[in-house]
Design a protein around this ligand. Structure first.
Ligand SMILES: [Fe+2]
Ligand SMILES: [Fe+2]
Length: 336
């Protein structure tokens, strides 16, 4: 098989015709690899997904219909460009079936062979473009994440408490998300949001951010801007699109007395309510110059006291049970 990417896997019973087609395609630098047995072809695609960018399937095979084969292939390969082939156009499956299986093209056997070559070449181009877009998007995502981590480290350097607090809140939020059986993507999202939730504090002056005594009314109003400042900082990164509402609303309260929007109950995004429970627990259990560090028991008592007014009741209950059942893990996080 050729090292370059111009390999086409074709599934058809008519091996003689395929061999003849293969000879013609060779002149166009296209390698046709023919399988008459659909299941063997399926195995080859499963074992060597990178060897083929284009698949051609005869719709009417002796053992099975081509769209059934495509259905099986789409379960493990969403990227390959698929051309369905048939000797009669009227025998082709409906456009709805073609769409649902992501079959990109149809070729009628016996029609202009140049059209077949063009279809295969556009398949190669399509897959290359998709691959380039994916690579670009991975680079952008990685860059966005690295850049934001650098910004969060900047807060840590300026205000050690907020840096350490973000790490602990992210650890609690990850545990809670797992406890709630959220899927892997959601756990990642919650953990990311928790890491950056107080990022907006970079926009607050040292005299307020690092003040050890009680804040004045005016200073408190300034501090309350931090969720919106964080949202504005991250708004330019596509990677953080889903994180933004979680960060913006992490100081909302169930009774509507929170900020910045005074949202109530379930109108507060679920992940923001989840983050809020972890944020509050950490604020109570951490040591501050002006306040004694509360014990786990005292912190649980406090978050249960404010459930239904400040915090989401159901989430406080799950969090409380989780803390009680994973006490040694929680003690380790408190020390971070
Ligand atoms: Fe905050
Ligand atoms: Fe916080």
């Amino acid at each position: 098989m050729s090292e370059n990417k111009n390999n086409v896997l074709i599934i058809d019973d008519d091996v003689n015709l395929m061999n003849a087609m293969g000879l013609v395609l060779k002149k166009y630098n296209i390698n046709l690899i023919t399988y008459s047995e659909p299941l063997t072809a399926l195995q080859e695609l499963r074992n060597n997904p990178d060897n083929f960018d284009v698949l051609v399937v005869n719709y009417i095979l002796s053992s099975v219909k081509g769209d059934e084969i495509v259905k099986l292939i789409r379960q493990f390969n969403k990227d390959i460009y698929i051309i369905l082939m048939s000797s009669h156009k009227e025998l082709a499956p409906s456009i709805d079936i073609m769409r649902s299986l992501d079959i990109q093209a149809f070729f009628e056997k016996g029609s202009n062979f140049d059209d077949f070559i063009l279809l295969i070449e556009s398949g190669f181009k399509h897959v290359t473009q998709i691959r380039n877009i994916q690579q670009m998007s991975n680079i952008i995502d990685r860059f966005g994440l690295e850049f934001a981590t650098a910004v969060v480290n900047t807060i840590g350097a300026r205000d050690k408490y907020t840096g350490d607090h973000s790490i602990r809140v992210s650890a609690y939020a990850t545990l809670l998300a797992q406890e709630l059986k959220l899927n892997e993507e959601e756990v990642k999202l919650v953990s990311l949001a928790a890491n950056f939730h107080d990022l907006g504090k970079v926009g607050i002056s040292d005299s307020i951010l690092l003040k050890e005594g009680k804040l004045t009314e005016e200073e408190y109003t300034t501090i309350k801007l931090h969720p919106v400042i964080a949202e504005n900082i991250l708004a330019t990164c596509v990677t953080f699109k889903d994180v933004l509402p979680i960060i913006r609303h992490h100081h909302e309260r169930i009774d509507g007395k929170g900020y910045p929007d005074g949202l109530t109950g379930e109108t507060i995004p679920y992940f923001a309510r989840l983050l809020s429970v972890c944020d509050t627990f950490d604020a109570i259990t951490s040591r501050r110059v002006y306040r004694e560090q509360a014990t786990i028991e005292e912190a649980l008592k406090e978050i249960n006291r404010v459930k239904g007014t400040q915090l989401d009741s159901a989430l406080v209950e799950v969090f409380t049970n989780m803390v009680n059942s994973k006490i040694s893990k929680i003690e380790k996080i408190i020390k971070l």
